[in-house]
Design a protein around this ligand. Sequence first.
Ligand code: AHR
Length: 760
Amino acid sequence: MTAHERITIDVGAQQGVEVAPDLWGLFIEDLNDALDGGLNAECLRNGDFEFNAADRDGWDALTAWSADVADRVEVRTDAPIHPNNAHYLRLTGPVTLVNEGWDGTGTSDGQGFLLSFFARAGAEPARLTVTIGSNGGSLARAQVMVPAGGWHRCETTLTAVADGRGRLHIEIPAGLVVDLDHVSLRPTGPGGEPLTFRPDLLQALKDLSPSFIRFPGGCVAHGLGLDNIYHWKTTIGPRHERAQIPNSWGYHQSRQIGYLEYFELCQATGATPLPVVAAGVCCQNYPGGAQAIADDAMDAYIQDVLDLIEFANGSADTLWGARRAALGHPEPFRLRYLGLGNEDEITDDFRDRYARIEDAVRGRHPEICVIGTVGPQPFGPDFEAGWAFARARGTAMVDEHGYRNPRWFHQNVDRYRTYEPGPQVYLGEYAARSNTLRSALAEAAYMIGLERNPGVVRLASYAPLLARVGHAQWTPDLIYFTATEVLPSASYHVQGMFSRERGTRLHPVTLGGVEPEPVTLPETGSVRLMSQGASVDYADIVLDGLVRHPVTTDPGGEPVELGGIDPAAATLELTATRRAGDEGFVVELGGDSYLQVHVGAWQNRSTLVIRGDDGITNDDHGPLHWHGVRTGIPVRVRVRLDGARVRVWIDGELRHDYEQDLRPEHRVVAGAASRTAADGTTEYVIRVVNAHPTARVATIRLAEPLEQTVATVTTLAGANPDEGQPFTASPVAPVVITTGGDTVDLPPWSFVTAVVRSIP
Ligand code: AHR
């Protein structure tokens, strides 16, 4: 290969095919403290004293709070401010109460904060001193009067006198007894109004120009257990009256960003709402499994769904439209999409509940596009069953999910070209499983594939969107943040490059000088054993007919190497006996690309074959439900690699039997669309991914040439595709230049968007 290969991009004449207008959107779920502790501008944590052990072991009403004299603080529940906010504190002065916030509260000189709370003093009014303090110093201070008798809502404004990070202190003077609840500290906007959304994160979302926003998930939408389903009506109205429930990601949901704030966020970002409601069943990944809402409760649940549509779209003289108007929004929110279910197991209960809800929405709101669900993976039993169900029902659109490694995305750039007519696709969650440039480029290549199949793919949203550093349950994410910083990933830049520059008319593209990258089995490799959650003895080991010595693996220990293999023809047999621990073990086979046979995956409840390429893994086959490894009980494992075919027997049962995916990767991919500019001229938006170490120069040839062109070229590129990691800002960012001529430079490992127009 030469240092700069030349390629051609022939952009054909447009054929009357429109780019999907809402294609690029956002997925918001309260996961990784994305909302509470993130987009929610609230600075205090557990301001309602409603944290509890159902949220997380060890949490209670005082989590995130401390006091200088602990026994002057009492948690009480008698005569609370609202039944949904049952816990409050009784403080007997002198005592100072401190909230740790989320890693403290960031202040900047002159920044205003609105502090508010409900308080109940005795017969005399009480004067409380409130401070945002740091190391004994005060960043902002004020006093608040609590009127005598009964609960009163009190507030004051604090103005920061310095940049810093501090914690809220509330001082109760000696001799006073004060009850306190729903304590809130929010930065204020230009008019002194308390902010709903953290401004820098809101701006990061606005900068993505999203067409739609999905909410509230993900798993949070259908919840862990029937009591945990997200019911929208319990999330509107005064914040202190909202139902707070455990978050399925192991923390607390205050619902301070509830459905009204969600619709407001859509307005603020110019996005159309895409709420997802449970399809009458809760998440199957829960000890009780996927339970269905009781038959006799379904009518009420369906009415709730219809009411949500009325709340969003109804005129102010409808019941729920009036409620919206009373909450300050007489104008409708123009809801057009409704997600029904999330990654649900396609059971008979699911089919029944889904059908009843979809029928009701179709009947009452034929204008709403209902989006069904087709499982957690872009293939497999729920995917197949979900698609068959959606086709049979004539569902308008289905929600596909795809968390796969970069190779998979490059192999599947043309996935949607061969879809049969039927329901359209919302790719509701996807990510190439790392925060490297390699993953971002794989996503970009795939997104070109999405864009050029508008007959099938109408909507797409990367997931998850937000993660607070130090508080994350899931990586990779699109945007990381701390108390004071926003840290965009390389994938964030890719999303912005697609969303900010969009064409409206699709053009066919022919690439010249580019071949797909073959995928082959590695020529050499070895076998390794490991066990992170158990100590395991392996005996009777036979590798390609040769008997090996017994070995042991332990948690935290290095993998134990058994010997070299030909990854295209190998046989391993062994007997594994767990000595201690709760988990199973892993057999790894291969070289740079490798397979991992997990015997006891997912909390020792399944077997699974994983494939790793370029250091990033995919589930290749499974997980398949299994009884798990048991201490002292031997497990006989046999693995046979035979060309691309993989077979795994456990205790004589053939559990995994499949072919590895050796389709070539599309590492150089291009797409084109045109649009009419404000002055009536035509502009072309041309996107090219060069996920390859070779630099290229692309000559762009337009079938409908423009006079004397100039191009605004945005390039995301980096010398090392494996740079970039969770919880840091991407080491690469887009660079914009203006250039003439008909060629575009494609640096190694790059994504380029060129907007080509005639010189005015
Ligand atoms: O995006 C994180 C999670 O991934 C979502 O909550 C769920 O739908 C999927 O499994």
